[in-house]
Design a protein around this ligand. Structure first.
Ligand code: F6P
Length: 363
């Protein structure tokens, strides 16, 4: 086996957890330590552990039996080394603490497994002479340069099963069932599971919806004898009116208000019941798609991405994010990912297919 340029790495998992994280840790650990004798140091709870030097040297036993386990054996947090929180006395020292601990641990590279925020932080660290490698993870699938992130297909499976279950109770009671999914900025999860589950209405953050168009669509279905309907709503979906108000506020430099009040699913349901008189119920799936064992797709994707990360480590190629791109596992420079969100393009093939089979997208 070729000798590795990299002798020691730190691994951290940051941001919202998802199925597949442990599969990725296992792949990196077995390939790095098992095949190339690279020391692997686990960092607890994302960047929080790197700031506070909460680390542990990992051995073969740590990577065994975790392929199918949900969550992350390292723990995670949304700690951001570059975030300036006035209330946090450590704020301006966090980056120095990261640099110091990285040096004291004698790391050659920091492997950051996470979503948008994590990859952006990793890129900023790479500008400060820390070698980093990113692995894309999130149930939102909203990372640039990636066809799919691991976590996403597992979440689609759980959400689609929920839609299937809602179909039977909607049919029994001739009701409108509204299912709210995660996905603040991007509606990939709502789109894929909505189409897979046969949602009659699918509302995405990318397509501001008209409550009137939704009501008309449901009434037309009822008139044709369709006794029930399924409405899939991403938590970030907004009405046209709300979206316009947000645009005005943004243009006026107003800070984005912390959304209080009923969530998107409840807002849509209230309008449906008020304007159509059709009995409506809401289910918020919340964190369920973030839990449990990874799907086979996510297990193999996480394994492939982890192995590709180690190939780069062996060659000493840093400051990239490994990814599945156009069906191939490859890597891209981190600056092509940092600060970006991959949103659903309005002309996406699944939207076009949905429209052809009569799905309403609220517009
Ligand atoms: O980033 C993934 C995600 O699950 C989003 O879909 C969701 O809005 C967010 O995390 C929830 O964040 P937290 O786990 O911090 O409550």
């Amino acid at each position: 086996m070729a000798k590795s340029v990299t002798k020691a790495i730190g691994i951290l998992t940051a941001g919202g957890d998802c199925p597949g994280l442990n599969a990725a840790i296992r792949s990196i650990g077995k390939a790095a330590l098992g095949t190339y004798d690279i020391q692997v140091i686990g960092i607890a709870e994302g960047f929080h552990g790197l700031i506070n030097d909460q680390t542990k040297v990992l051995g073969d036993a740590d990577f065994s039996g975790i392929l199918t386990r949900g969550g992350t054996i390292l723990g995670s947090s949304r700690e951001k080394p570059f975030a300036k929180k006035d209330t946090d006395p450590l704020a301006e020292h966090k980056v120095e603490m990261v640099l110091e601990n990285y040096k004291n641990l004698h790391l050659d590279c920091l492997v950051c497994i996470g979503g948008n925020g994590t990859q952006t932080a990793a890129y900023k660290l790479s500008q400060l002479d820390i070698n980093v490698l990113g692995l894309p993870k999130t149930i939102d699938n909203d990372l640039a340069e990636s066809d799919f992130t691991f976590g996403f297909m597992s979440a689609v499976n759980v959400t689609t099963e929920a839609i299937d279950r809602l179909h039977t109770t909607a049919h029994s009671h001739s009701r409108i069932m509204v299912l709210e999914t995660m996905g603040h900025k991007a509606g990939w999860l709502a789109l894929y599971s909505g189409i897979a589950g046969g949602g009659d209405v699918i509302l995405l953050p990318e397509i501001p919806y008209s409550p009137e168009i939704i009501a008309e669509h449901l009434i037309n279905r009822a008139r044709k004898g369709k006794e029930f309907s399924i409405v899939v709503v991403a938590e970030g979906a907004r009405s046209v009116k709300e979206a316009e108000q947000r645009k005005k506020d943004k243009a006026a430099g107003k800070k984005k208000k912390k959304t209080s009040g009923p969530s998107a699913g409840y807002q849509v349901a209230a309008h449906i019941e008020k304007t159509t008189g059709l009995e409506t119920r809401v289910t918020v799936l919340g964190y369920l798609p973030r839990g449990g064992t990874p799907s086979p797709f996510d297990r193999q994707l996480a394994t492939g991405l982890g192995a590709e990360a180690v190939r780069l480590l062996v060659k000493g190629e840093y400051n990239r994010m490994v990814c599945l791109k156009k069906g191939v596992i490859t890597s891209v420079p981190l600056e092509k990912v940092a600060g970006k969100t991959k949103k659903v393009p309005p002309d996406h093939a699944l939207i076009a297919a949905g429209r052809l089979v009569g799905t309403c997208f609220g517009d």
